[in-house]
Design a protein around this ligand. Sequence first.
Ligand code: PEP
Ligand code: MN
Length: 360
Amino acid sequence: MKPLIETTKQVHHNLIYKKGLVLAGPCSAESEEQLLRTAIELSHTKKVDILRAGIWKPRTNPGSFEGNGTKALPWLLKAKKITGLQTAVEVATAKHVEDALSFEVDVLWIGARTTVNPFSVQQIADALKGTNQTVLIKNPVNPDIKLWIGAIERLQKSGITDIGLIHRGFTSYGNTEYRNVPMWQIPIEMKRLFPDMPLICDPSHICGNRTGLLSVSQKSVDLDYDGLMIESHYDPDVALTDMQQQLTPEDLKQLLEAIIRKNSSSNEAAFVKQLDNLREQINHLDEELISLISNRMNVAKQIGEIKKNSQVTVLQSSRYNEVLERSIKKGEQVGLSNEFIKNYLEAIHIESIRIQNSLV
Ligand code: PEP
Ligand code: MN
């Protein structure tokens, strides 16, 4: 019989396709009491769909708490039975997959330190063959979009269809604002390449503290992400891992209530996305410019050293005029006004002289 309404749109019954999906729970399942207490408080907020908990913790330094392992899986199952929340754990090996599935874990996620390794991802993909498991893939720790895509492809080749992405930011050296810099253009590109795949933001691991959580969460909502994964512990101050970034269930509730969800038309959402993408490009170019200028200053400094040793005066106006002329010519070729080039070079020149003078 012909259905009453014909539709080509795929209807998903899997929870990960819910817009505004929330996964929350402790960084680590520390004890049965800690997990149950957190899970119950989270379910009382009525804002959480899936309970997350780390069972096997990939730690940067050995000797840190590495999770309770398989013995924590029954706690998670108990939490699921008591609260009705679905459960999610991180898996890094075939054995983890096997154990998690035997304790009815609903969603598996591949951690950022595992997505970087094709051998590990393949092992997980092989272990998942023949299941219709839901899997979320965190971005790799380094900003290599191909590794992220490769992980998706490995799972798809194993017949896995319910795949979602988690954006948790990227390692960078010397950034103090974020634990892992977001580099929004990468997940935006993933959304463009995989428009039907849920994209979830993990502000906890991007921020590494509680203060930035709301603005990063809000930004992900503005960029039309599909959900959030946020770490929550009934008492973050005693957490064994990631204590600075975890929220109490009550604080999580308040954060989720503070997020503004604009009823934007899809046109408006596309416009916001485009704008953010371009602003991100500007940020990157500015960073590159500053580092190029710093390279230039280092060369000026070397010139300063030579001048100092040979007793030459710092300012040699014929040289400055030569540099100015060259730059004006180059500027004309690429559409930059003479006025701009003069102002720009003057600022650079003043800074070079300041640096050279500081050597004298
Ligand atoms: C985690 O979710 O607790 C975790 C270890 O995250 P990531 O893989 O993003 O570092
Ligand atoms: Mn964590």
